[in-house]
Design a binder for this molecule. Structure first.
Ligand code: CMP
Length: 139
C-alpha cells in the first residue's frame, strides 16, 4: 500500500550542506517528494512537534537544537514508506546505525542525528499536518 511519511532534514544536516545528498538518496531509493519546505522553527514550534517526548530528559536540548537553524520538511510517498524510510535513516544513535544509512553517513551524535522520520502511520498523520495544510499535500 502506498504510504506517506514526514521526513525532516535537521539543522545540523542543512548547515553542513548535506541536504542535497539526502534528497538525492531519497529519490534514488524510490521515495516521491509530495511536498517540501525549508523553515526555521521557533523553540515553541519545535516543542509542539516533539510533544510526545516532553517528559524525556533530552526534550529541552532537542527543542533548542531543532530551532537553531533552518530545517527541510518533506512529505515522502512510496509503498511501505514509514518502515522503509526508518530503515534508510538507521538507528537514532549514529554509533549504532548500519553502514549506508543516512545517520551513519551524516549524523554527529544521538541528538544531532541529521534526519527525522515518522515512526508509524498515526504519527505520520500528525506530523504531516503539523507542517503542511491540505492543499499543499493534494496530489
Ligand atoms: P528523532 O527521530 O527526531 O526523534 C526524537 C529525537 O530526540 C531523536 O531523533 C534525537 O534527535 C533525539 N534523541 C533521542 N534520544 C536521545 C537521547 N538519548 N539523547 C539526546 N537526544 C535524543
Amino acid at each position: 500500500m502506498k504510504e506517506r511519511t514526514l521526513s525532516i532534514i535537521k539543522p545540523d544536516c542543512v548547515s553542513n550542506r548535506n541536504a542535497g545528498k539526502v534528497i538525492d538518496i531519497l529519490e534514488e531509493k524510490g521515495f516521491s517528494i509530495v511536498a517540501m519546505k525549508k523553515i526555521k522553527l521557533t523553540k515553541k514550534q519545535a516543542e509542539g512537534f516533539y510533544i510526545v517526548h516532553k517528559e524525556r530528559p533530552f526534550y529541552e536540548s532537542l527543542c533548542t537544537f531543532m530551532s537553531e537553524g533552518p530545517i527541510i520538511a518533506m512529505v515522502l510517498e512510496k509503498e511501505n514508506a514509514v518502515a522503509d524510510y526508518r530503515e534508510l535513516m538507521g538507528a537514532t544513535n549514529p554509533k549504532e546505525a548500519s553502514k549506508g544509512t543516512l545517520r551513519a553517513m551524516f549524523a554527529t551524535d544521538i541528538e544531532r542525528n541529521a534526519v527525522h522520520g515518522s515512526d508509524s502511520l498515526e504519527s505520520a498523520d500528525f506530523e504531516i499536518g503539523y507542517f503542511f495544510n491540505a492543499l499543499e499535500i493534494l496530489q
